[in-house]
Design a protein around this ligand. Structure first.
Ligand code: HEC
Length: 169
């Protein structure tokens, strides 16, 4: 490479960096959530769904508040690995975490389901996995009803709430 082409390449790189602004945080290939990742989730971006205003099969009646840790980039067709969403209902606190790596391959692909307890400051994980354990959650024992119901939103990366449609961003 001559000095000239080297310089041209350097300009091109500088221009590309300038045009894109600061490089976005690279998306990890996989992610495993811990309880501490959910600490102070009420400080995340939130969306209130008033009772009765959403799908009738929304786990419970009453107001629900959804908390989203970091919006996906504009135009994204799926939620990035590392995404956390918490759903607070009058009775329970549910969550989903984008683990990636083909996790939950038969269900909501790449997502793990969780129920949180404890405080907003210091939540702990009551259960986690590809679905609720027997006797918890919904539907017949042994079946992941989380997967079944959220499958209806497969086109939106298994995220059901109207304000969390990827096409909105
Ligand atoms: C009967 C259907 C149904 C089942 C079963 C179900 N969900 Fe949902 N879920 C919904 C609907 C509808 C929404 C949209 C928000 C709302 O209206 O409350 C939702 C929203 C959520 C959200 C917020 C992100 C999103 O997708 O909008 C989380 C987190 C969540 N559910 C977790 C769970 C977990 C964990 C389970 C299993 C224990 C589960 N869900 C089972 C219907 C269901």
């Amino acid at each position: 490479m001559t000095a000239h082409t080297g310089r041209t390449a350097a300009y091109a790189i500088t221009l590309a960096l300038w045009a894109c602004g600061p490089a976005p945080e690279p998306e990890p290939e996989s992610f495993v959530p811990f309880a501490s990742h959910f600490a102070r989730y009420t400080s995340w971006e939130s969306f209130v769904i008033p009772g009765g205003a959403q799908q009738e099969d929304a786990h419970v009646s009453g107001d629900r508040t959804l908390y989203l840790k970091r919006r996906p980039p504009r135009g994204a067709t799926r939620y990035p690995v590392g995404t956390l969403i918490v759903k607070v209902t009058p009775l329970q606190v549910f969550a989903m975490a984008k683990r990636g790596g083909g996790y939950n391959a038969q269900g909501a692909v790449d997502w793990e389901w969780l129920e949180l307890e404890g405080t907003v400051e210091q939540p702990f994980i009551r259960w986690r996995g590809i679905g609720a354990p027997d006797g918890e959650g919904y539907g017949p024992p042994g079946e992941s009803s989380c997967n079944l119901c959220h499958d209806g939103a497969a086109h939106n990366d298994f995220v059901r709430a109207a304000p969390l449609q990827l096409s909105e961003w």
